[in-house]
Design a protein around this ligand. Structure first.
Ligand SMILES: *Cc1c(COP(=O)(O)O)cnc(C)c1O
Length: 231
């Protein structure tokens, strides 16, 4: 069993070192502990250690464990990092605090409507499919500018930045650099990028949010059928 506290300390130190190397402040980077497939027993030690930000990729799974944990640790910020179907938007807006996977106009419109209905304005990241992979979520780079404009100007969504998951077989750095350039061109500050294998690279290239699971919790409990790449 992974010692959550020790892993949290180690990952936090690695982020701080990468930030320092890049001339950045460690405090400008938010560590999102990705707890998908892990139960409350694995999550609670991190909450006890002061970890505030957590990520889940499935609405239904999160509904099973997070309402009770959020009651007990009310400062928790819960990030939805996986693909979102429009029929789950209402549940997602009710439970999550940040959405990282806005990737198409229909989803953006549904989110805007639901945030109005629930009077909850959730910061959103627009996911970009930087590798242009068929199976992966995310807007194509050529369509990103239009989607960003729709979200910000027409729908008045609180767009925090951009998110990407590079193709497994690629060097991640060019994808991170590309995402950073897109964000800068759009005047967006937030960059959700970097996972266990590459979060230090992401920090060097400007990540404001890294999403780390395995390095904190150890191997996942079930085969990640909807895991990395499910978008
Ligand atoms: C599972 C997941 C992560 C965490 O992956 P690790 O390699 O375990 O750190 C990050 N981002 C997304 C979108 C994921 O689905």
């Amino acid at each position: 069993m992974t010692d959550g506290r020790a892993s949290l300390k180690a990952v936090t130190e690695r982020i701080a070192r990468a930030a320092t190397d890049a001339g950045r402040q460690a405090g400008d980077i938010t560590l999102i502990a990705v707890s998908k497939t892990h139960g409350a027993a694995a999550i609670e030690p991190l909450l006890d250690a002061g970890q505030q930000h957590f990520g889940e990729n499935r609405v239904q799974e999160a509904q099973g464990k997070w309402p009770a944990l959020k009651d007990a640790w009310p400062d928790t910020v819960l990030h939805l990092i996986g693909g979102l179907q429009t029929n789950k938007v209402s549940d997602a807006v009710a439970l999550f605090d940040v959405i990282h996977s806005v990737d198409r106009p229909k989803l953006a419109r549904t989110l805007a409507r639901e945030m109005d209905a629930q009077d909850r304005r959730l910061p959103c990241f627009i996911q970009v499919n930087t590798g242009e992979e068929d199976q992966k979520g995310g807007v194509l780079p050529s369509e990103a500018e239009d989607l960003i404009r729709l979200c910000r100007e027409d729908l008045d969504l609180p767009v925090a930045g951009l998110m990407c998951i590079p193709p497994l077989e690629d060097e991640p750095a060019p994808h991170f650099a590309f995402l950073a350039r897109l964000a800068a061109e759009a005047g967006l500050e937030g960059l959700s990028m970097g996972m266990t294998a590459d979060f230090e690279t992401a920090v060097r290239l400007g990540a404001t949010h890294v999403r780390v699971g395995t390095a904190l919790f150890g191997p996942r409990n079930t085969a990640p059928a909807a895991g990395v790449g499910a978008g």
